[in-house]
Design a protein around this ligand. Structure first.
Ligand code: SUG
Length: 447
């Protein structure tokens, strides 16, 4: 018998060093906004506003803490020595791009924090978490260890939550987490179909792969995560991303497809052998999967990448309606907005849309879906989540006040070497670990 469960969303709190450093080759927004000044305060408030709005609509909404940045620990591993200020100064002089990478607030995109399998899908009946190794980008490859600690501090109860370490940190097992993972189910408490999308095969060179931009995530990584989580093979589907769309800027599957419950909303160019992928999903689902396929004639791949139509959150509201959460860039794109209006009028399963201003994150290639990690929770599991990480009026006000007190409203690459920024960031994070009751998760708290 299945137990009633709901989907919770855990959004990444944007860290105090949010900046635009052009670090993500293959991510069009990241490379085109390189060196633009950022506004960390606005970025964090925009994220919190989205979280609070969804909490107010009756969703279970949490937050995940950011990383410690600048990452002095990694800079020391790379040979910079002396006081923290001397490390920053030497890195700025000798290797400014390495310093920028060690200052990225990229952990805000918690769809890349981990892959999560709900307890209804796993052999031992626990929720399984595997932090993503994010090997393809240096600035992201230094996230997973602290991410693992933050996840353990948020989902601490070992009776309900099983935490794995990240896969081996090499390209063969490149893992980008939930951005390439979708789960279909009829009710959240039912056993679901877990859908893993990857960009290339690491051990089979005969398979198609992109020519220009990197395929960050491998088949072998997806398979390993499914094994670690104890998933039932008959309820797992793997699909190769269309290599041509990776070459057009679709660096994660969640830039071209989103799914929830019995709906898959995707572009007609999303997958290699697309019709076969639909067949496999429908078979594993036991029939009745609803596919809303957006034709290229209505929305081009380019429009999808610019607007982030598919980086939307497909949400089942408590009143039974389905909500599509979109970034405002969709409203500003005539082809996309026309399509959205048509979708609503056709009543194909999406009942309402809600648009958010997430420009600070969008300018680095992160939309609504990038900013959240989905965790399906039964009532007993929800009770076991660290309550301080859940959003309500009180925690929202506290976090907003915390951002307003600690964050700068402008940051450029030159500011990253400022020793005062390191002090501000650590002071803010030290207070945050108390607000969120996480314990000492950061390297500076563990020396
Ligand atoms: O990994 N951007 C992130 C965006 C991640 C979006 N996540 C999902 N699609 N789920 C990335 O490319 C840019 C950082 C910079 O250039 O400053 C960056 O890391």
């Amino acid at each position: 018998m299945n137990v009633r469960a709901t989907e919770a969303n855990f959004d990444g709190l944007v860290g105090p060093t949010h900046n635009y450093a052009g670090l993500s080759f293959g991510n069009v927004a990241s490379t085109s906004n390189v060196a633009a000044p950022s506004n960390p305060k606005e970025a964090a408030l925009q994220g919190l506003q989205k979280a609070k709005t969804l909490a107010d609509m009756g969703m279970v909404q949490g937050v995940l803490a950011p990383q410690e940045r600048p990452d002095i620990h990694t800079l020391r591993r790379l040979g910079f020595t002396g006081s923290d200020a001397a490390v920053l100064q030497a890195a700025a002089k000798q290797a400014p791009k390495v310093l920028a990478a060690c200052c990225s607030a990229s952990s805000m995109w918690t769809a890349n924090a981990a892959t999560v399998s709900p307890s209804a899908d796993t052999a031992d009946g626990k929720i399984h978490f595997t932090p993503a190794n994010l090997t393809n980008k240096f600035h992201r490859s230094i996230e997973h260890e602290v991410t693992g600690r933050i996840l353990k501090g948020t989902f601490a109860d070992q009776n309900h939550f099983a935490h794995h370490t990240a896969l081996p940190g090499v390209e063969h097992f490149g893992d980008e987490g939930a951005a390439n993972h979708t789960r279909f189910c009829r009710e959240y408490g039912d056993q679901g179909v877990e859908f893993f999308v990857y960009g290339r095969h690491a051990f089979d060179a005969s398979q198609p792969a992109p020519q220009t931009f990197p395929a960050r995530h491998t088949y072998e990584a997806s398979e390993a995560v499914a094994r670690l989580h104890g998933l039932d093979n008959s309820k797992v589907v793997y699909a190769l991303q269309n290599p041509d769309v990776i070459d057009q800027g679709v660096f994660h599957n969640d830039v071209i497809a989103v799914g929830n419950r019995d709906i898959l909303f995707c572009h007609d160019q999303a997958f290699h052998h697309q019709a076969e992928v639909y067949n496999q999903l429908d078979k594993a689902f036991g029939g009745g999967l609803r596919v809303i396929e957006v034709p290229s004639s209505a929305v081009s791949v380019d429009d999808a990448v610019r607007s982030y139509l598919f980086n939307s959150q497909l949400i089942a509201l408590p009143n039974g309606e389905t909500l599509l959460v979109l970034p405002q860039e969709c409203e500003q794109n005539p082809a996309v907005w026309n399509y959205v209006q048509q979708l609503l009028s056709e009543k194909r399963g999406i009942d309402q849309v809600k648009v958010f201003d997430l420009k600070q994150s969008m300018s680095n290639g992160g939309g609504p879906a990038c900013l959240r990690l989905r965790v399906v929770l039964t009532e007993a599991e929800r009770q076991a989540v660290n309550p301080a990480t859940l959003i309500n009026d009180n925690s929202y006000n506290r976090l907003t006040d915390w951002v307003n007190r600690h964050y700068r409203d402008s940051l450029t690459e030159a500011d990253l070497a400022d020793p005062q920024l390191l002090i501000e960031s650590r002071t803010a994070l030290d207070e945050l670990t108390q607000i969120l009751q996480l314990g000492s998760v950061y390297p500076f708290q563990r020396v």
